[in-house]
Design a protein around this ligand. Structure first.
Ligand SMILES: [Zn+2]
Length: 103
């Protein structure tokens, strides 16, 4: 049974989910693609204090603060469209579910 809720993941877990190419994409989006409504611009100084989630579409959601104004920012990175990433994400969810069951 796959539990399709947002689950928080750490950077180590993210690393395991992304291949080399996707890691570069993630880094690029984090540094250039997160929009801050307060600054009305993309976060030029990246995002701080962020948390990572695997959302219910198996996309990566980043939730943190704009490094310039400290406003809340959120960005969904659509990795779930990628078949190999999606497969890894499902395996990851199954592993996490198995860990919870064995507690
Ligand atoms: Zn800002």
């Amino acid at each position: 049974m796959i539990n399709l809720e947002d689950i928080e993941i750490n950077k180590f877990q993210l690393n395991g989910l992304l291949n080399h190419h996707e890691k570069q994409g993630f880094k690029y989006l984090l540094e250039n693609g997160v929009f801050c409504a307060t600054c009305n611009d993309y976060c030029k100084y990246s995002v701080s204090n962020y948390k990572l989630y695997l959302d219910r579409f198996n996309d990566i959601k980043v939730s943190g603060n704009c490094s310039l104004c400290n406003g809340k920012v959120e960005k969904v990175m659509e990795f779930g469209d990628n078949e190999s990433f999606f497969r890894k994400a499902v395996q990851f969810r199954n592993k996490m579910a198995a860990l919870v069951e064995s507690e």
